[in-house]
Design a protein around this ligand. Structure first.
Ligand code: TXA
Ligand code: MG
Length: 316
């Protein structure tokens, strides 16, 4: 069983020995290993039961390190990196040979991110390789936002989970790529679009395809709980019933047992809602209900990314 703790030295030792370690980030917890070691990276795919055609994000601690991994940083990428790193933003950049093909699933670009969590930044500074890390959930399930979430599902396969408390953002990073220098968002996430656009102007969004060749992992069935989840239309109420749960934005729905409901943010704060989203979905998945109704979020700020996750998790 995994040990959960705050011992960065222990985490470092396991990583240096080629093992996988659970790490905290501000978005979600990651399942990390030495990005430069194909054997270590293979362990990530095995533990997560992730198909090797779904590439991984490489995490480092400083923009100065990035030229070691990529051949070019286009101007808009540099502007975004300077504005938002460390933070919930991943950039797709042309890879150098140093990055194993296994990490990028053979793609010519590598996904790079500097995560905004002090414990993980310290860990990254203490080792002399970057960390490949997908979200630390079994492939297709809800991403973990606490060390305990990681232990609950992968604890028997991971020697150590570094506990940095609950993730402060709660949604996976926003992924931005550049084609001929033109920025395109491939995954909506913890960095809101309007923030990106304030720095680099209008961006294309190509988020929803189930066969998106640029982000092969973005299958529509991602982020799903085991219970069936129904995403309501705006203003629509759940069908009342005995074994019915609900994920509501500001206040509980009438006609449904309040013990089977989770509220994302009583004050209507979308950042607070994002922080709670995955933990609340997990807890609804674990109680005695057969179906979970989810209220859509307003389409602004992080609401877009939350609606995207709920749509992918929904069974209809
Ligand atoms: O917030 C996050 O991004 C978290 C934390 C741990 O950093 N990580 C994360 O990783 O969400 P993962 O593996 O669950 O999602 C990474 C996504 C996948 O959908 C993958 O297909 C896409 O990034 N991706 C990685 N490299 C890519 C590349 N070169 N081109 C296109 N998409 C890529
Ligand atoms: Mg993931």
């Amino acid at each position: 069983m995994a040990q959960i703790g705050t011992d960065k030295q222990a985490a470092k030792s396991f990583l240096e020995a080629g093992k996988v370690v659970g790490i905290p980030t501000e978005t979600v917890y990651g399942l990390a290993a030495n990005a430069l070691s194909p054997d270590a990276v293979l362990t990530i795919f095995r533990v997560k039961q992730r198909p090797v055609f779904d590439p991984l994000i490489v995490h480092t601690h400083s923009l100065d390190k990035v030229p070691q991994f990529v051949t070019d940083i286009p101007e808009p990428a540099r502007k975004l990196a300077e504005a938002f790193w460390p933070g919930p933003l991943t950039l797709l950049l042309p890879k150098r040979d140093l990055i194993p093909d296994l990490v990028t699933s053979g793609l010519p670009t590598v996904a790079v991110r500097i995560p905004g969590h002090p414990m993980t930044l310290d860990l990254l500074r203490s080792i002399d390789f970057p960390l490949a890390a997908p979200s630390a959930n079994p492939f297709g399930y809800i991403s973990p936002t606490t060390a305990q979430h990681v232990a609950d599902q992968l604890g028997d396969q991971v020697p150590y989970i570094l506990d940095g408390g609950p993730s402060s953002v709660g949604l996976e990073s926003t992924i931005v790529g550049f084609e001929a220098g033109k920025p395109t968002v491939f995954r909506l996430g913890g960095m809101a679009l309007d923030q990106l656009e304030a720095v680099i102007g209008p961006v294309d969004v190509r988020n929803h395809s189930t066969s998106n060749p640029k982000a092969p992992g973005m299958l529509s069935s991602h982020y799903a709980p085991r219970k069936s989840l129904i995403l309501l239309a705006p203003g629509q109420s759940p069908q009342p019933g005995e074994r019915v749960g609900a994920l509501a934005f500001r206040e509980p729905f009438g006609g449904i047992n309040v013990n089977f409901q989770r509220i994302l943010s009583p004050t209507g704060d979308l950042n607070e809602a994002a922080k709670n989203l995955f933990a609340h979905l997990r807890s609804l998945d674990a109680i005695d209900v057969d179906v979970i109704y989810a209220e859509p979020l307003p389409n602004q700020g992080l609401g877009w990314a939350m609606n995207d996750r709920l749509r992918r998790a929904s069974t209809r």
